[in-house]
Design a protein around this ligand. Structure first.
Ligand code: CAA
Length: 398
C-alpha cells in the first residue's frame, strides 16, 4: 500500500518519493537503532538532508529551496519517518515551522539572511512556543520581550524545543504586552533568535521514552538582546503566526505518524510470514490476520485524511480543521498500530532485537506534541461551532 492508491502522483512526486526512500535506506535505516540507543543527534544528517534539498522543500527556488507542493513534501517526510522518526521530526519542524514563519511573515531582509542557509541545511531551525507552565494553553506563555531603543530584551524559559541544542535559527514567541498579559493571545511577538546572542543558553535536555535521537531541550533567555531587525512582522501577532504555522506542522506530524505506522505494519507482515507456531506461519492464524487487516485499514484511513488535507492546502484552501483531523487520526493510528505490531511479535516485540520496540516508543509522542489529541479535538469542535463559541474559546480561565 502506498499513497499512489489515494491520489494520482505526478512523475516528479514519484521521483522525490523514490529519492527519499533510497536515501533513507542508505543513510538512515542502518544507523537508526544505534542513534536511538545512544540518544545520538547526527548533525551530519542535517547536512545530507540539506544537500538533497529536503530542508527547503517548501521554500521557493529564489531562496535555494525546491519550491515543491505540500503533497510532495509529505511523501518525502513519510519515507524519512518510516526509517527513523527522530529524523522525521527534525525534517518536519524545520520545513513546517521556522522556515514557513520567516517565509510568510518575515521582511525581505530576514528572508535573504536566513532562508537560503536553512534550505541548504547550513542553518538548522527550531520553534520555541511552549514553556514549563504553558503547554496546551500556549497563549499563557510568560517569556518577556521589552523594547529598549532598537533592541528587544528577552527573559524567560522555553521548553520542549525540538533540535533546540543544535539549532542556528530559533523562532521564539515572547510577550510584548508586559507581565500583566493584558492583551492575551494578541500580546505576543515572534523573534528570530540565534544562539550566538549573549544571554542565550541551552538548559535541561529531556530524557525521553522515544524519539531519543532527537534532542528536546529547555532554552534559557537571560537579558538576551535581540535587534529590532529580528522581530518577525507585528509585535502583537506572533501567536497568530505560530498557530497558523502549526497548521502546517500538524500535517508534518501526521506524515511522521503515518511513516511510523507503515514501518510497523511492514515489519509485522514480514514477521508473520516467517514466524512459525502450531506448525504454520502465524499469518495463517486468523487472530493475526485480523490484527494485520485492522492495522492496514487504520493506516489507509489516516493516510487518506493526511493527503486529502495536503491536497486542500495545495489548492489554497483553509486547512485548520483538516490538519487537526489528520494529525488526530494519524497519531492515534500510529499508537494503535505499533501496539499491535508489538503483539504480533510477542516477546520479540518487547526487546530491542527488532525495530517494532522503537516504533512503539516513538509513536506515542505524536499524540502529544504540536498539540495533544485533546487539543486537536478542541480545534475540530471549535471549527464546527465557529472559533468564538467552541470549548475553551478564548481560554477564559487564564
Ligand atoms: N490559524 C490562524 N489564526 C489562528 C489559528 C489558526 N489555526 N488558531 C487561532 N488563531 C488566531 C485566532 O483567530 C485569534 O486571533 P484574533 O485575536 O485575531 O481573533 C488568536 O489566534 C488566538 O486564538 P484563540 O483565542 O483561539 O487562542 P486560545 O488561547 O484559545 O488557544 C489553542 C487556542 C487551539 C488551544 C492553542 O493554544 C493551541 O493550539 N494549543 C496547543 C499548543 C501547541 O500545539 N503547541 C505545540 C508546541 S510546538 C511543538 O510541539 C513543536 C515541536 O518542537 C515538535
Amino acid at each position: 500500500m502506498s499513497p499512489d492508491h489515494l491520489l494520482p502522483l505526478s512523475e516528479e512526486q514519484r521521483e522525490i518519493q523514490r529519492v527519499a526512500r533510497e536515501f533513507a535506506a542508505a543513510e538512515i535505516t542502518p544507523h537508526a537503532d544505534r542513534w536511538d540507543r545512544e540518544a545520538h543527534f547526527d548533525r551530519a544528517l542535517v547536512g545530507k538532508l540539506g544537500a538533497l534539498g529536503f530542508l527547503g522543500m517548501l521554500l521557493p527556488e529564489e531562496y535555494d529551496g525546491l519550491g515543491l507542493d505540500t503533497v510532495t513534501y509529505l511523501l518525502a517526510l513519510e519515507e524519512i519517518s518510516a526509517a527513523d522518526a527522530s529524523a522525521g521530526v527534525l525534517m518536519s519542524v524545520h520545513n513546517s515551522l521556522p522556515t514557513q514563519m520567516i517565509l510568510r511573515y518575515g521582511s525581505d531582509e530576514q528572508k535573504r539572511r536566513f532562508l537560503p542557509g536553512m534550505a541548504r541545511g547550513e542553518l538548522l531551525g527550531a520553534f520555541a512556543l511552549s514553556e514549563p507552565d504553558a503547554g496546551s494553553d500556549a497563549a499563557a506563555l510568560r517569556t518577556q520581550a521589552v523594547r529598549d531603543g532598537d533592541t528587544w530584551v528577552l527573559n524567560g524559559t522555553k521548553s520542549w524545543v525540538t533540535s533546540g541544542s543544535h539549532a542556528d535559527v530559533i523562532l521564539v514567541m515572547a510577550r510584548t504586552d508586559g507581565a500583566d498579559m493584558r492583551r492575551g493571545a494578541r500580546g505576543i511577538g515572534a523573534f528570530i533568535v540565534t544562539p550566538d546572542l549573549r544571554g542565550f543558553s541551552v538548559g535541561k535536555k529531556e530524557d525521553k521514552l522515544g524519539l531519543r535521537a532527537s534532542p528536546t531541550v529547555q532554552l534559557q533567555l537571560d537579558e538576551l538582546r535581540v535587534p529590532d531587525a529580528n522581530l518577525l512582522g507585528e509585535p502583537s501577532s506572533g501567536f497568530v503566526y505560530a498557530l497558523q504555522s502549526l497548521d502546517n506542522g500538524r500535517l508534518g506530524i501526521a506524515a511522521q505518524a503515518v511513516g511510523i505506522a507503515r514501518a510497523a505494519l511492514e515489519h509485522s507482515v514480514r514477521y508473520a510470514g516467517q514466524r512459525q507456531q502450531f506448525g504454520r506461519p502465524i499469518r495463517d492464524h486468523q487472530a493475526i490476520q485480523f490484527k494485520l487487516a485492522d492495522m492496514a485499514t487504520r493506516l489507509h484511513a489516516a493516510r487518506a485524511l493526511l493527503y486529502q488535507a495536503a491536497a486542500a492546502k495545495d489548492r489554497g484552501e483553509p486547512i485548520t480543521l483538516y490538519a487537526s483531523m489528520a494529525k488526530l487520526a494519524a497519531s492515534e493510528a500510529a499508537v494503535a498500530i505499533t501496539t499491535e505490531a508489538v503483539q504480533v511479535f510477542g516477546g520479540y516485540g518487547y526487546v530491542k532485537d527488532f525495530p517494532v520496540e522503537r516504533l512503539f516508543r516513538d509513536a506515542k509522542v505524536t499524540e502529544i506534541y504540536e498539540g495533544t489529541s485533546e487539543i486537536q479535538r478542541v480545534v475540530i469542535a471549535r471549527e464546527l461551532y465557529g472559533r468564538d463559541q467552541g470549548p475553551g474559546a478564548g481560554a477564559g480561565a487564564r
